[in-house]
Write a protein that binds this ligand. Structure first.
Ligand code: ASP
Length: 334
């Protein structure tokens, strides 16, 4: 189903977590600049008449290349000191999707996920097989050392010291910044897309794969709704979070703000999980719920002006309570 032409919209996130006003001014500035650059890069695609898939890819590449986020360069380390990256992208109009999991030598996993969608009969490739596919299409492999940052290395050392049980997120500090990145976009043709890219959770073991590359859990798009999640991935998988939001929107005509709030602010915390999501419907309505202290988030709507917010108490309206089930959500944007 295609919707009438609408002004393009792009929404991005750079992870949800315990983000208090303790970021150094330099770090905060760098994060806001990177988020703005990602918005501008993705929105330029939309303005040029390109697809929502193009916009999502362009925005995510900027964040993967920036060491401040847990995706691409600057990804968190596994228990044994490696970076294993996951990513997915979905085209809402065709419901084609591509994903990669556990790749260690791909500079921009979102681009490989897109290639899986566009160039293979498959949806998800993992590990060495995914890297062999990358080589087969001429995508260069990078030295795994490319992803390393000292900050992430120290984060792992801290987690290892306090570890023992191997249960991620037990240590509050390790859970501080999840830092996954994602984007959802609505293009001038009225088509939606969603994408997510992550290093997963610090100190993860045994080839653990989170929700981000799992279509329906951390990433989903159809013709009515697009979602990218960030948070404690196991809970997003168990609630099939992104799909659960979109099914309410497309099957039950629930306003997107309410649909997203039901899953992110009720269902996931009720099970003991945490995190946030960005969600967008085919009319350009945005929802950015999170149940953590903060979430790196940004959007460009019909006004064409990039907005970036970090803290939970920033007056951006995006974390306002969802309207009642009967309320009309039209125009209810941040
Ligand atoms: N959801 C990601 C995972 O569990 C982590 C995150 O969003 O920060 O792999």
């Amino acid at each position: 189903m295609s919707h009438a032409a609408v002004p393009p919209v792009l929404v991005i996130h750079g992870g949800a977590g315990v983000i208090k006003r303790e970021l150094s001014p330099a770090k905060e500035k760098a994060i806001r600049a990177a988020m703005t650059k990602a918005l501008e890069s993705g929105y330029a695609q939309l303005k040029a008449g390109k697809s929502s898939v193009d916009a999502v890819s362009a925005a995510i590449v900027v964040l993967e290349d920036d060491p401040n986020f847990n995706a691409g360069k600057g990804a968190v380390f596994t228990h044994d000191g490696r970076n294993e990256l996951d990513a997915a992208i979905m085209d809402g109009d065709s419901r084609r999707a591509g994903a990669v999991a556990g790749v260690e030598r791909i500079r921009n996993p979102i681009l490989l996920a897109r290639a899986v969608m566009e160039k293979t009969p498959y949806v998800m490739l993992s590990g060495q097989g995914a890297e062999a596919f990358a080589q087969s299409i001429g995508m260069p492999l990078v030295d795994p050392a490319y992803f390393r940052t000292e900050e992430r290395w120290q984060q792992l050392q801290k987690a290892l010291k306090e570890d023992g049980a191997g249960k991620p997120h037990e240590d509050e500090d390790a859970a501080k910044h999840f830092g996954t990145v994602g984007a959802v976009a609505l293009d001038a043709q009225g088509h939606l897309a969603a994408g997510t890219s992550t290093g997963g959770m610090v100190d993860k073991r045994w080839g653990r794969i989170g929700d981000s590359p799992i279509i329906g859990a951390g990433t989903y798009a159809n013709s009515d709704c697009a979602v990218s999640g960030t948070g404690w991935g196991e809970y997003y998988i168990r609630t099939v979070a992104a799909h659960a939001i979109c099914m309410q929107v497309s099957q039950m005509r629930v306003p997107i703000k309410r649909a997203a709030a039901v899953v992110i602010n009720q269902e996931i915390p009720a099970l003991g999980g945490n995190g946030g999501a960005i969600a967008l419907d085919a009319h350009g309505n945005i929802a950015i719920p999170f149940n953590t202290d903060g979430m790196y988030r940004g959007w460009i709507d019909a006004s064409g002006v990039p907005h970036v917010a970090i803290y939970g108490d920033e007056d951006d309206g995006s974390s306002a309570p969802a309207p009642a089930a009967s309320a009309d959500d039209a125009g209810d944007q941040p």
